[in-house]
Structures are given as structure tokens and as C-alpha cells.
Design a protein around this ligand. Structure first.
Ligand code: GLC
Length: 562
């Protein structure tokens, strides 16, 4: 029997072509003015979100946390950080979102807990070999005195993936003892997903939030849960090198899908079934689509567009590949250009063509001063890319602030940086703070209307991007998103598209089954409309307002109504 809950009306397919807006709660809106955004802040801006025209909010973690990794170090998966509100505030936020016809997706972080989680504290206080330790990965070190970590595995934020504890119990109390695994920061010990209590506890967590009316879940590092911990541990000196055939000791192992089949059964207890989207950084192969199967989580992110240069052939090839992948899994595709982990896309596109990931990191480390960024071009391309993407079949994932055309804050003062990457790499990699700076709502208000003194300082140029400056201003990035999201509801139909011939290698041109067309000029020179396209049908341009009979401006997308 399915459970009736206060979720939004029972359209089981609402997610397939939804526009999902990611809120990083600590940086969105600060109702109690303590400098950290909070849940009442989200509720207070529901009118803004509704006017924007989104279908769902994805909330990054709002759980109790010491913020060693911006909230992805979770003390208690079934509560709200008191600095961000209470469970009652959460319920009020859900009710207000649902009243505005907006669904709520919450972030679930199953790979690890924080080191303050009650289970980890229990594990630390217990002796090696105890039941409490078995919920995590504790091992003896190598060498006669156990002083070498159990393997050469690195962690994602720099440094090794093992930390040695001082024993609190047993014959070695007071002495250095076992090591525990953390693929991320030492404050994020990895759970042992072979342990039945860990599996059962996450079913409890899913039901806890689903019972409160949550419509879906975003699943953090979904591909990492199940690991091959058989001894001796295998060597893996670089995390990024993923042997993607199921044999990698840490990532994308076949058994992870048993976990998610169990989750799907829980999610399907509800009416409508709760959705889930996997964050699984695995390459494009048939393996990736398993996360998105209806017997699994149901949808998976692909980060292909996010990683691609602004090049017509690349965008087109990615769309073809991802739509085929989606068809193969039974899910709809996902599209994303920005999130809380990457440099905002107007800045990425502003850097010289051909810039690599390493170049981007070097640019951040140089406080955004070298190489010179062409910001006007970056924003022009970002707006064109967004309109290209919003016309596609599938779910569009947007990140807070991109509707304001925000750039990365590349020159945050070093003393303000909080990303563990900055510390764990000994200041060699700056990390992700530059895309997490609290939003500018009001150009003239204190702290740009965010609330109290923000936990990351806002640059003076945020005034130019504030909501008050763009609201109602035709052609502003905010109005472009609003209009596009409104039109998008009309444009959505069957999840397919047809490519129309676009002879120039700088152009893409596709048509949706209901006749809407999307034309993008990726080149840096204007180009005429393709033969047969009626200039009068253009209803939206990512660039200057459309003038009938014109060429498509450089780096611009047009939407054509049937
Ligand atoms: C995911 C999150 C990222 C976090 C990491 C560890 O990749 O998106 O922000 O640091 O998982 O939880």
C-alpha cells in the first residue's frame, strides 16, 4: 500500500523535464541575520522563486554540521542545523514551496558522516574490532608499529585518505592505534556500506524526509558507497584514474546498485514515488546509465556540458549521446552548467579558449588576474548556452545566482577561504568558495540584502548584479531566465528533438516535436539565419532584443515559436 503524504499532486513524471534550482542554503538568504543563510530565508524568497518559474528546489545540506566541508559533513542526517532553523522551519518551507507549486529535493550524503556523528563518536570510544567500529572502515596500519596507513589512497581534497586515531579503549588506550578511511576530509569518515545497520539507517532517513513531504533526493557521491576492502588493499595512487569496468576498488562497483534497488523500493512506497538523482562522476559508458534506471535511483547527473568548451560540435555530440543514454536507461536526461563545486560558467567561458582544469585552478590562485578574463564574452556565451540547454528535453539543473549572471568571485581574501581543499592542499588549490558567496538581493541595502555580515565577503561588483537592478529590466539576465522558464513550459513536449541542417560548423539548430526551434551561433561573428527560417518567428534571444531580418549575433541563441 502506498503512503499518502503532503507531497505535491500525484504526477509521477513531474521530474522528467523539470527546471530544478539548486539552493546552497548558507548563501541564499539570511532571515535571522547571523551571516549564515537559513531555511526561513528560503521561505521568505518563495515569491521570487515562483516568479522565476522553476519547478523544484534542490537544497544542498542543511543538517547539523561543523561545516568542515560546507555541510557535506553531516552530524545527524535527520535534523536541521540550529543555525539554519528547526524541523518546524523545514516543514513551513515545504508547505510554502508546495503552495507555490514548487517541489523540494533534499541532498542525501550517504558515503560518509561527520566525525561528530554519534556512531563515529561511539566508534572512537570503542576498542579495535568492536561492533561500533564496524560501521566505518577502521584498519590497522602497515609496518611493525602500524605507523603507515593501510593503503596509498589519496583523499579528494588533498592529503591521504586515512587518519590514525589515538585509542580510547582496549589494551592500547592512550596510544596511536587504528586508521579510519575518509575519501574526503578527515572530518568525513566513510561508512561501511556492507554493514546492515548502515543500510537500514539510510532507509530510515529517506522515509523521515519523504514523510515530511520531500519530493525527491539528490544523492551525493553515489558511485562511491560500496568498496572492495578485501586485504591486502589494492594500490590506487590517484583517485581520478577510474578503471571503469567494475573492478575499481573505490568507485562504481556493481554491488552499489543493490543498495539503490533497496532505496527505490523505499521511494516507491510513496505516491507519487519519490525521485532521486545520482551524483556519480563516472565516464560515459553503459555503466553510467545504471544509476538512472527505474529500478535504481531513476535519474543521474551528467556533467558533460559543464566540462565542454563552448563549441557547436561538442555541444551537439554531447546532447546526442546523453539523449541516447537517457533513452537506454528509461530516465530523462539532465543538464547542468554550474553548481556549488565548480567555477561559475560565465567565468569559465570568459577564460581563453582551450583552458584546462589546471588552467582554471591557476587562474583562481592568481585571484582571477591572469590570464585576463573577457567577462562580457563569458556572460554572452553563458546566456547563449543556457538558452541552448533550456530548450532541450530533460531536466535543467540551475545553480542559485546564475539567473543573476554572477561570475566566480575569484579574489576572495585568503583569510576568508573555508573550502577544505585550500587547507588540505597547503594553499595550492583554492577550492570552491568563489561560487558560494551569498547572493546580492538589493544593490543598495546592507550586505546587498542577504542578511547579516555574510560568512564569505561579497565583492563591490555584486551591486551590478543584484536582483533589484535586474528586476523588470528587459534583457537583464534575470529577465532572460524568467522569460525562458515561462516559455519553456510551452516548449516541453515529447522528450525528443530533431537536428536541422546547420551547414556552418558554428551553428546548431534543433526542433522539438511541437515545432519550437532553437538556433545557436557559437561563432564569434554574426551569421545569417539558415534558409527557410522565418525571422518573424523569433520570440527570444539570449543577446540584444531581436530585430527582424537581422543576422544571428555572435555567441547567441534564438528561440523560434511554431
Ligand atoms: C559531493 C558534493 C561536494 C562534497 C563532496 C563530499 O561531490 O557535491 O560538495 O564536498 O560530495 O560530500
Amino acid at each position: 500500500m502506498s503512503i499518502e503524504t503532503p507531497a505535491l499532486h500525484p504526477d509521477a513524471n513531474w521530474w522528467r523535464q523539470a527546471a530544478v534550482y539548486q539552493i546552497y542554503p548558507r548563501s541564499f538568504a539570511d532571515a535571522n541575520r547571523d551571516g549564515l543563510g537559513d531555511l526561513p530565508g528560503v521561505t521568505s524568497r518563495m515569491g521570487y522563486l515562483s516568479e522565476l518559474g522553476i519547478d523544484a528546489i534542490w537544497l544542498s545540506p542543511f543538517y547539523p554540521s561543523a561545516l568542515a566541508d560546507g555541510g557535506y559533513d553531516v552530524d545527524d542526517h535527520r535534523n536541521v542545523d540550529p543555525r539554519l532553523g528547526s524541523l518546524a522551519d523545514f516543514d513551513a518551507m515545504v508547505a510554502s514551496a508546495h503552495a507555490a507549486d514548487i517541489r523540494i529535493i533534499v541532498d542525501i550524503v550517504p558515503n560518509h558522516s561527520s566525525n561528530r556523528h554519534v556512531w563515529f563518536q561511539e566508534a572512537l570510544a570503542s576498542a579495535p574490532g568492536s561492533a561500533a567500529r564496524a560501521r566505518y572502515h577502521f584498519l590497522d596500519g602497515l609496518g611493525d608499529d602500524g605507523a603507515r596507513p593501510p593503503s596509498d589512497w589519496p583523499s579528494h581534497f588533498g592529503g591521504g585518505a586515512w587518519t590514525r586515531v589515538v585509542e580510547q579503549a582496549g589494551p592500547n588506550a592512550g596510544k596511536p592505534g587504528q586508521w579510519y578511511l575518509h575519501l574526503f576530509a578527515p572530518e568525513q569518515p566513510d561508512f561501511n556500506w556492507d554493514h546492515p545497520e548502515v543500510r537500514a539507517d539510510f532507509h530510515t532517513t529517506l522515509r523521515f524526509w519523504a514523510d515530511r513531504g520531500v519530493d525527491g533526493f539528490r544523492v551525493d557521491v553515489a558511485h562511491a558507497l560500496v568498496k572492495d576492502m578485501s586485504l591486502p588493499l589494492r594500490s590506487k595512487p590517484a583517485l581520478a584514474v577510474l578503471v571503469d569496468d567494475g573492478t575499481d576498488p573505490l568507485f562504481d562497483r556493481d554491488a552499489v546498485h543493490e543498495v539503490f534497488a533497496g532505496w527505490r523500493a523505499v521511494l516507491n512506497e510513496y505516491n507519487p514515488p519519490r525521485t532521486a538523482v545520482a551524483e556519480a562522476w563516472v565516464p560515459f559508458t553503459d555503466r553510467r546509465l545504471k544509476y538512472a534506471q527505474p529500478t535504481g535511483l531513476g535519474q543521474a547527473f551528467n556533467f558533460d556540458l559543464l566540462q565542454a568548451p563552448f563549441v557547436a560540435a561538442e555541444f551537439r555530440a554531447i546532447v546526442q549521446k546523453c539523449l541516447a543514454e537517457a533513452a537506454g536507461s528509461g530516465a530523462s536526461s539532465t543538464w547542468v552548467f554550474s553548481n556549488h563545486d565548480v567555477i561559475r560558467h560565465p567565468s569559465r567561458y570568459a577564460l581563453p579558449d582551450g583552458s584546462t582544469e589546471d588552467d582554471l585552478e591557476a587562474w583562481l590562485l592568481a585571484d582571477g588576474e591572469a590570464p585576463a578574463a573577457d567577462l562580457a564574452r563569458g556572460l554572452r556565451r553563458a546566456r547563449a548556452a543556457t538558452l541552448f540547454m533550456l530548450g532541450l528535453p530533460g531536466s535543467a539543473y540551475l545553480y542559485q545566482g546564475e539567473e543573476l549572471g554572477l561570475f566566480e568571485v575569484a579574489d576572495l581574501p585568503q583569510a576568508s577561504l573555508q573550502d577544505p581543499t585550500w587547507f588540505r592542499t597547503k594553499h595550492k588549490v583554492k577550492g570552491r568558495d568563489g561560487c558560494r558567496v551569498p547572493l546580492p538581493w538589493d544593490a543598495t541595502a546592507e550586505n546587498f540584502g542577504f542578511g547579516g555580515t555574510p560568512w564569505l565577503p561579497q565583492p563591490a561588483w555584486f551591486a551590478d548584479n543584484a536582483v533589484t537592478v535586474q528586476d523588470g529590466v528587459a534583457g537583464s539576465t534575470l529577465e532572460l531566465y524568467r522569460v525562458a522558464l515561462r516559455w519553456r513550459r510551452k516548449l516541453q513536449c515529447d522528450e525528443s528533438l530533431a537536428w536541422l541542417s546547420a551547414p556552418r560548423d558554428t551553428l546548431t539548430h534543433y526542433r522539438r516535436p511541437n515545432g519550437w526551434e532553437v538556433l545557436t551561433n557559437f561563432g564569434d561573428a554574426p551569421t545569417p539565419l539558415p534558409a527557410g527560417v522565418d525571422s518573424a518567428t523569433v520570440v527570444l534571444s539570449s543577446g540584444a532584443p531581436w530585430a527582424a531580418g537581422a543576422c544571428i549575433p555572435a555567441e547567441t541563441t534564438l528561440w523560434l515559436a511554431p
